[in-house]
Ligand binder design. Sequence first.
Ligand code: TXA
Ligand code: MG
Length: 327
Amino acid sequence: MALDPALLARAVALLRAGELVALPTETVYGLGADAANPAAVAKIFAAKGRPADHPLIVHLPGSAWLDRWAADIPQAAWDLAEMFWPGPLTLILKKQPWVPEAVTGGQDTVGLRVPGHPLALELLKAFADAGTPGGIAAPSANRFGRVSPTRAAHVAEELGGQVPLILDGGPCQVGIESTILDLSRGQPELLRPGYFSPQRLAEVLGEMPGVRPGQGAPRVPGALESHYAPITPVRLIAPPRLLDFLTLQRHAGNRCGVLAYDQPAQAGMPHPWRLLPADPAGYARDLYDALREFDHLGLELIVVEAPPPDPGWNAVQDRLRRAAVST
Ligand code: TXA
Ligand code: MG
């Protein structure tokens, strides 16, 4: 997959002019701006309706750009970059003094990652070749607190009027946001679970990362309880209780959508039913698309067949728990 040259040139020109460009990554679509331009970064916060003290992830074309943005880089960061970049891992490192506060939420650290999507990499390389420091700041391209977009159409439906260009790179293959690892404080700490499990990271780190859940900590919006929430309320139901629960809901006159991974739709059940893949990677890839689809149906409730309490499902469990705290 490659970008049409005219489109690529337009995307780079928009970024250089301080405008927003939505771009595909392998995790979710991002709402991108020139990370070295505070006025451009301010447009991200305005479009998302996101509080301005929340730090953004800066996307880079390759690890060769790492020391342009980060300082005091520990060996572990280079090792992880070598192993997992391009890919769904964000590293929190001490920032170089020049990195704008608008990007870091006023902190002395910066979140960096090299995304694994070919269009994102093409854009990042062209942007760097245009003489910039090569960083595109990009949070997930959704309104603050809502489900992240995994297709270009999701971005258009949510932010269409506010983004001059949305690059379409097809459906995202990972489907949930990157793993975030903080390497700025000595002991590595996991801030957000994702595609790469703590065990995978430990193979490179030589130790298991600590976990800093940061529940409610304003500096890590992904750690706010009700993040990633659809508008329709979500309930997680253990598999053995699923059918009884649905019967009760039906008798109460509640229209439910069902997100299952194990139990197929039953004959005679009136509920919209989506059977997601029964493996965590496949489930993660389709989850946000399914939540969005159900959100459009005007349901009273989205009922989720709770996935197994297995470590391989941790990142999915994390996103489902947050979706279920919707207000
Ligand atoms: O997969 C992803 O990471 C996607 C794609 C677009 O790359 N991006 C994404 O961005 O999920 P966003 O802004 O929705 O979430 C970024 C997370 C937030 O929880 C933010 O607080 C955290 O990264 N973060 C960024 N910089 C940080 C820093 N310096 N210290 C601590 N947390 C940071
Ligand atoms: Mg987000």
